[in-house]
Design a protein around this ligand. Structure first.
Ligand code: SAH
Length: 219
């Protein structure tokens, strides 16, 4: 398959530039992050039928009852994750389309991402291959347990919402590391950032959000 990274009409560079302008107006200021989102062809992370809407500021269906997060949320969570100490190794729970994974892969040394729906993982893997993003490792598993084999992570980002913060994720955070995670049910979810300082964890509650739920087991 030949991938047209430029896109046409609603998937063109101009459309992407407008998305970046909007993100800046919404308060996103991380220059490198904005440049990466300006370049990365978000429309390749969804089915062709949806591609013309790829740069709207909304979540869109990616099949299997899941959604690709809206650009603002991707930018906001990434900005929060990257604040503080330098992040080399990042774990993501909920690969989905792989768009958030791809953004991260351009900003940190290595990204590990866990997904519980295999067909979504396979599509994401194909996209990373086409875009030559080769610092991403994927695992088909229930991300409630994190991904223990890689040692501690400087950052962990969760793109589905558990009712409570999974203890395994806290354990896999390195000292000074940050966990960015939506917590709660469909009616009362909030984005939280938890920082590990030695043996203690400092939690800050941020925006109200609306993510798909974190589900147990593999599908
Ligand atoms: N970052 C993705 C978000 C996709 S939606 C994107 O922007 O495309 C959230 C994803 O989390 C879904 O793909 C869903 O299958 C996955 N998910 C839900 N519970 C999970 C779990 N326990 N372990 C791993 N992935 C999970």
């Amino acid at each position: 398959m030949i991938v047209d990274r430029r896109g046409i009409g609603m998937t063109s560079q101009r459309t992407r530039d407008r998305m970046i302008k909007r993100l800046k107006e919404q308060g996103i200021s991380h220059v490198e992050l904005l440049n990466i989102m300006r370049e990365l062809p978000r429309h390749l992370f969804m089915d062709e039928a949806m591609a013309s809407r790829a740069y709207e500021d909304t979540a869109l269906p990616i099949g299997h009852g899941q959604t690709i997060s809206q650009p603002y949320i991707v930018a906001r969570m990434t900005e929060i994750l990257l604040a503080g100490t330098h992040k080399k190794k990042v774990l993501e729970i909920g690969t989905g389309s792989g768009y958030q994974t791809a953004v991260l892969s351009r900003l940190v040394e290595r990204v590990f991402s866990v997904e519980r729906i295999e067909p979504l993982q396979n599509k994401a893997r194909e996209r990373f291959y086409q875009l030559k993003l080769n610092n991403i490792r994927l695992k088909y598993s229930d991300g409630t347990w994190g991904w223990n084999e890689n040692g501690l992570y400087d950052g962990i980002i969760v793109t589905c919402a558990p009712e409570e913060v999974p203890g395994a994720l806290l354990k896999q955070l390195s000292p000074g590391g940050r966990l960015v995670i939506p917590v709660g049910g469909s009616e009362n979810q909030s984005l939280r950032v938890i920082e590990r300082n030695g043996t203690t964890f400092d939690e800050t509650v941020l925006d109200d959000v609306s993510f798909v739920p974190l589900l147990s087991g593999e599908e």
